[in-house]
Design a protein around this ligand. Structure first.
Ligand SMILES: NC(=O)c1ccc[n+]([C@@H]2O[C@H](COP(=O)([O-])OP(=O)(O)OC[C@H]3O[C@@H](n4cnc5c(N)ncnc54)[C@H](OP(=O)(O)O)[C@@H]3O)[C@@H](O)[C@H]2O)c1
Length: 329
């Protein structure tokens, strides 16, 4: 199954809105006879890619590993489960059940008297976390990026913010942006920092169109500006869920948020963030008036903290990068 995960990851950035899927075929003696993965949206699914490479039917009586339940419906390609059944394996080992309600591959395998087992389901779900969010909530997957001092500050009280983290950390941010379909930022950040945030698609939340049309962000890439004219307003602020839903309808499946503490705080409060990528510089501002990276309000109990799980950490230049998933409350 871990081999399936590694194969699946080769499709990163090329298969959305489809899931990342890899497949490994073993013959009846347990030898690996074929491997495949979903390479590109609209192209063969992993099982088809692997099974079509077989010369004789070496899969008969063998085992097929695949990290996602085989599909059972006609989409851009015919149902994989039919091809799997035609190859008469004894057993199919699956990572996770498909969250797409159209898919019913497991029942079809069982009807065909093929043994179905599950392994490493948590890892399989983590691998396809973007697909799961897209499919179940019809919203893009949201990662909040922030770069702060050790005491969680992103600027001094006078607004000075350049540079908190090292050149290496900033280069890592440029690289990361490419993994997402869209960068989301705010009027305040555009006005204060005048960043380009180079990307093919960017979204700026700008309720009253306060940003200057000559700002660098508007000189590159496609831009969607969410304003009170095109977006519902909730408690006096743009409804972020409505913005994300609009982005999803425009084919945005993942969003990288680069903003200050006000917007980051709102996104967290609304429960719309899936992950936080936090760059931490080994610096202490040690000033209560500095701007914080997350500006929520009035939490009186530590037990009400938003809880996260660190799934990756690394040192980049002088700084630390923590990648964290939001845990359900
Ligand atoms: N270190 C980092 O990682 C990093 C990254 C980016 C920015 N920054 C720093 O962040 C600072 C700006 O922070 P900030 O807190 O003033 O601004 P912010 O969080 O970037 O943006 C807040 C603004 O977004 C708009 N907005 C629209 N809908 C909203 C909603 N539902 N909830 C919250 N905001 C909404 C509002 O402006 P409108 O009313 O105009 O729509 C609001 O004032 C700058 O100093 C910048 O340097 C740091």
């Amino acid at each position: 199954m871990r081999m399936c995960f590694a194969l699946a990851k080769r499709g990163k950035g090329k298969v959305a809105p489809n899931p990342l899927v890899g497949c490994v075929v073993l013959d009846k003696h347990g030898n690996i006879v074929s491997k495949g993965y979903h390479k590109k949206y609209g192209k063969n699914h992993a099982e088809r890619d692997a099974l079509l490479k077989l010369k004789n039917n070496e899969a008969e009586g063998g085992t097929i590993y695949v990290n996602l339940e085989p599909c059972s419906h006609f989409g851009k390609t015919p149902p994989c489960v039919d091809l799997v059944i035609e190859h008469k394996p004894k057993r199919v080992v699956i990572g996770m059940k498909d969250v797409n309600p159209k898919v019913n591959g497991i029942a079809k395998l069982k009807e065909a008297k093929i043994q179905v087992d599950f392994v490493l389901s948590d890892e399989a779900e983590f691998l396809n976390r973007v697909f799961i969010k897209n499919m179940t909530q019809k919203l893009p997957y949201v990662v909040l990026k922030t770069a702060s001092t050790l005491d969680g500050k992103i600027a001094t009280s006078s607004g000075d913010s350049k540079w908190i983290t090292s050149a290496q950390a900033r280069a890592e941010v440029y690289r990361m942006r490419k993994e997402f379909d869209c960068i989301l930022t705010s009027s305040n950040t555009v006005i204060t920092d005048n960043p380009t945030m180079e990307h093919r698609f960017k979204c700026v939340l700008d309720t009253n169109m306060r940003t200057n049309k000559n700002a660098k962000i508007f000189q590159q890439g496609n831009i969607y500006v969410a304003t009170k004219e095109n977006t519902p307003v909730k408690n006096g602020r743009l409804d972020i869920r409505a913005v994300l839903s609009e982005l999803y309808n425009r084919g945005v499946y993942s969003v990288f948020v680069e903003c200050g503490g006000t917007l980051a705080g709102s996104i967290l409060k609304e429960g719309l963030a899936d992950e936080v990528y936090q760059f931490i510089a080994p610096k202490l501002l040690n000033d209560n008036n500095g701007l914080s990276c997350f500006n929520g309000d009035n939490v009186s109990k530590i037990s009400d903290c938003i809880k996260l799980d660190i799934y990756e950490y690394k040192k980049i230049g002088a700084d630390m990068l923590l990648k964290m998933r939001l845990l359900q409350k």
